[in-house]
Design a protein around this ligand. Structure first.
Ligand code: DAH
Length: 359
């Protein structure tokens, strides 16, 4: 029997130490200690031994049983630990990787700039209004106090659509100002809108495109005055260009639909041939503005004795070029993916006054 005990210790003990999986350990346990296991069979034979040998042999078998049980437990623990290490290695998460793959697409600088303007003016209580790209003479010119023979019409170089002969031909709007008319005809003051949108003129060079974008602004209320115009626009340019002390100046100007009219400049420096926004002794024109002409209010059925307002208009491409250092206007429309990758914006980073305008 002692030979048999020694054999079990050697064979099973060795196999336990070499077991590669929990399932192998369990098979070995059954083989040695199970109901029909080798050690169990030996224990069953104890009853046939004389009493004094029985005690001795019983002690030996019990010792082997304890030894094998302990060996199985120890090996099981070791296997579990190495299994954990293996899984940790295999399932390692690199927390420095980006949350998701970088999206390929980009937001076009024009869309981004519009979103930024909407965020800033939205915070001031403006809502966004829209109008048609195809306009008529009344909304684009006449109601804005630009009569038929007015010289201001020529500077607009209008695209006319083929008419049917009877009615006056439609046209592509030359500015976003006709949406002032549409809004004032449709809504009662107080009015506070911005109008970002497409505009068209017969013009094409490095600083002009036949299709471009403007944002219009209109505020009409009983007490609206030039101070509101200035405060609103100064606040806007400082937020938009992200220069807290951006110098501004208002120059007297002329637009048929405002009286008085002004152009607003922002401070810049051109030292060393490099354009920098901010204090620097130089000026850049950024927008046109003024107090809504009483005739324009009256053309829309608003009593100029009771209401007054201010308006402004601004080129979106120009604002984007200045803010983002884009040198050539024509590149905006070339749909060049490399350009878009360089000047475009990530889709998930939507501009807001709390989250930031652009990163
Ligand atoms: N409509 C003008 C243009 O296209 C821009 C403009 C100037 C709009 C003054 C306004 C304004 O509302 O008050 O050049």
């Amino acid at each position: 029997m002692l030979d048999e005990v020694e054999k079990i210790r050697r064979v099973i003990g060795g196999a336990i130490a070499a077991a590669a999986a929990q399932a192998d350990l369990e098979a070995l346990r059954v083989d040695a200690l199970g109901r029909k296991g080798r050690l169990t069979e030996l224990m069953k034979g104890l009853g046939r031994l004389p009493p004094e040998q029985r005690r001795q042999a019983g002690a030996t078998l019990n010792a082997l049983k304890d030894e094998l049980t302990a060996a199985i437990e120890a090996r099981a623990k070791a296997l579990a630990a190495s299994e954990l290490t293996r899984r940790l290695d295999a399932e390692r998460v690199d927390v420095t990787l980006p949350v998701r793959p970088q999206p390929e697409g980009r937001i076009h600088p024009i869309s981004q700039t519009i979103d930024e303007m909407v965020a800033i003016f939205g915070e001031m209580g403006f809502k966004v209004a829209e109008g048609p790209d195809i306009e008529d003479d009344f909304h684009n010119f006449t109601a804005l106090n630009i009569p038929p023979e007015h010289p201001a019409r020529q500077s607009h170089d209008t695209f006319y659509l083929a008419g049917d002969g009877a009615a006056a031909p439609k046209l592509l709007r030359t500015h976003t100002s006709p949406v002032q008319i549409r809004t004032m005809k449709a809504e009662k003051p107080p009015i506070r809108i911005i109008v970002p949108g497409r505009t068209y003129r017969v013009d094409y060079d490095a600083t002009h495109s036949p299709n471009f974008h403007q944002v219009e602004g209109l505020v009409v209320d009983t007490t609206t005055h030039m101070g509101h115009l200035k405060g609103c626009l100064v606040e806007f340019v400082r937020a938009f260009f992200d220069v807290a002390d951006l110098p501004v100046r208002f120059r007297p100007s002329y637009f048929p639909f405002t009286e008085p009219s002004a152009e607003m400049d922002i401070g810049c420096s051109r030292a060393g041939g490099e354009l920098k926004l901010g204090a620097g002794g130089d000026w850049l024109e950024i927008l046109g503005c003024g107090m809504v002409h009483p005739k324009v209010l009256a053309n829309c059925g608003i009593d100029p004795a009771e209401y007054q307002g201010f308006a402004f208009g601004m080129g979106i491409e120009r604002a984007a070029m200045l803010k983002y250092g884009i040198p050539d206007l024509r590149t905006f429309y070339e749909a060049d993916l490399r350009w878009l990758k360089h000047y475009g914006f990530l889709p998930l980073e939507m501009p807001s006054m709390v989250g930031g305008l652009a990163r």
